[in-house]
Design a protein around this ligand. Structure first.
Ligand SMILES: N[C@@H](CCC(=O)N[C@@H](CS)C(=O)NCC(=O)O)C(=O)O
Length: 217
């Protein structure tokens, strides 16, 4: 017999909303799945973070989801746990769509190092920084994989697989990077960026990011 310690409320420990792309993935998925949770925000690169993170996270990194005695660290593991709490609603129902959603989520989780390094998430900023050839290749690959998911599975709704899934949460920070730095995208990819930017959950994150930027560190 397996057990799922799903007592409420959960706690999600996150970093700065302006900077912490890994935190955004977990946070926005929990919001979309309608899972109730409390937030603890630790500002990155501060003495407060150094003092407090060890009590929350064995890796000393954010995000970490706390469910009673259980700690789940790493954004993708948190998304998987949230998927289980939500009865599988985090992934597409169709096995082929689910496999593709998992593949592109894993690709995001372990790849696109050039893009991440050269265009770090600055959620509410507008910046212009040229990419090198590796960065441009990352943008082209993401453009192509969004296009592929939308062509094959996006018909039933505006998201990569119709309704919102973990794949959309994994790429939400990429949308913010593309918006901040001005990526050159196909019409379909631009439409997906517009869908994501219009998401009320993302808008709430950005409003909090702006407030956070105005507050002293
Ligand atoms: N693979 C991890 C990466 C987590 C990560 O690197 N988090 C950064 C913030 S976005 C962090 O906690 N940095 C603090 C530090 O390294 O001291 C995940 O998916 O959660």
């Amino acid at each position: 017999m397996t057990s799922m310690p799903s007592r409420s409320p959960l706690t999600l420990v996150i970093g700065d909303r302006q900077l912490s792309s890994w935190s955004l993935r977990a946070w926005i998925l929990l919001k979309h799945l309608g899972i109730d949770f409390e937030e603890v925000c630790l500002r990155l690169d501060t003495p407060d973070f150094e003092q407090r993170i060890g009590a929350h996270s064995p890796t000393r990194r954010v995000p970490v989801l706390i469910d009673g005695a259980l700690k789940v660290w790493d954004s993708l593991a948190i998304c998987e746990y949230a998927n289980e709490l939500a009865g599988g609603r985090g992934w597409p129902e169709d096995p082929a769509a689910r496999a593709l959603a998992r593949a592109i989520s894993a690709e995001m989780h372990s790849g696109f190092a050039a893009l991440r390094t050269q265009w770090p998430m600055q959620a509410t900023s507008v910046l212009r920084v040229p990419l090198d050839s590796a960065g441009l290749a990352d943008v082209a690959r993401i453009n192509a994989l969004w296009q592929d998911a939308l062509d094959r599975h996006g018909g039933a709704g505006p998201w990569l697989f119709g309704r919102y899934t973990i794949a959309d949460a994994m790429y939400a920070p990429v949308v913010l990077r593309f918006n901040t730095y001005g990526a050159d995208l196909s019409p379909a990819a631009r439409g997906y960026v517009a869908t994501t930017l219009a998401d009320p959950c993302l808008k709430a994150w950005l409003a909090d990011a702006l407030a956070e930027c105005a507050a002293p560190r």
